[in-house]
Design a protein around this ligand. Structure first.
Ligand SMILES: Cc1cc2nc3c(=O)[nH]c(=O)nc-3n(C[C@H](O)[C@H](O)[C@H](O)COP(=O)(O)O)c2cc1C
Length: 182
């Protein structure tokens, strides 16, 4: 697959019908580790989460986060509830990798994540970033028994797309371009 085709075809997938195979997962992770890093420090760490009980905890924490950190049962507007539930449901049937970085390595972790997202495309797989913040990331650390000194970039879900994702609206080409001054 031509590189630009890979770039065009990469889409966030929030509905999987199956996980990546172990071989695919490893190829994707290895592609991630070919990313550049500050002084070649390669401060990324990957936790493959395939224990269903842990996946449930991670998905539930995302659900709560997307309800504005309001626990299950506490009322939120229906559209918020629907979106939060969709985020939780998007963990079904996929493979999941929590991407961590050693302190200071955030930027290279994200470069690594882009490599992984692109590598999934010729494998016929889609990816989804789940971002944790507002304290939720610390709960993920506890769930996954992460030692001090490491921070969560995101959980990357990878799997066989259950449907063709729709392309997002992009800013008009060139609207972001400046030359010599802003
Ligand atoms: C830093 C970052 C955080 C994101 N967090 C989430 C998230 O928590 N849940 C989600 O469904 N998508 C998340 N996304 C995916 C974006 O919503 C998606 O990339 C964007 O809408 C463009 O769509 P595309 O990836 O199909 O091009 C995140 C993407 C980035 C780069």
């Amino acid at each position: 697959m031509d590189f630009y085709e890979v770039v065009e075809k990469r889409r966030t997938v929030r509905n999987f019908k199956g996980p990546a195979t172990e071989a695919q997962l490893m190829r994707i992770l290895v592609a991630g580790t070919k990313a550049p890093s500050g002084m070649n420090q390669q401060r990324w760490e990957f936790i493959v989460v395939d224990d269903p009980a842990l996946v449930e905890k991670i998905a539930e924490r995302k659900y709560v986060l997307n309800r504005g950190n309001k626990p299950r049962g506490e009322e939120v507007p229906p559209e918020v509830e629907k979106a939060a539930q969709a985020q939780k449901d998007s963990f079904a049937n996929g493979s999941h990798v929590a991407v961590y970085y050693k302190e200071g390595g955030r930027d290279e972790a994200w470069m690594c994540l882009e490599n992984m997202s692109l590598a999934a495309v010729p494998e016929g797989l889609g990816t989804k970033i789940s971002f944790y913040r507002a304290g939720a990331e610390k709960d993920i650390d506890k769930i996954l028994q992460v030692p001090p000194g490491y921070e969560l970039a995101c959980v990357l879900s990878i799997g066989v797309p259950a449907m063709e994702p729709t392309a997002p609206t992009l800013r008009p080409e060139g609207s972001w371009l400046h030359r010599n001054k802003f």
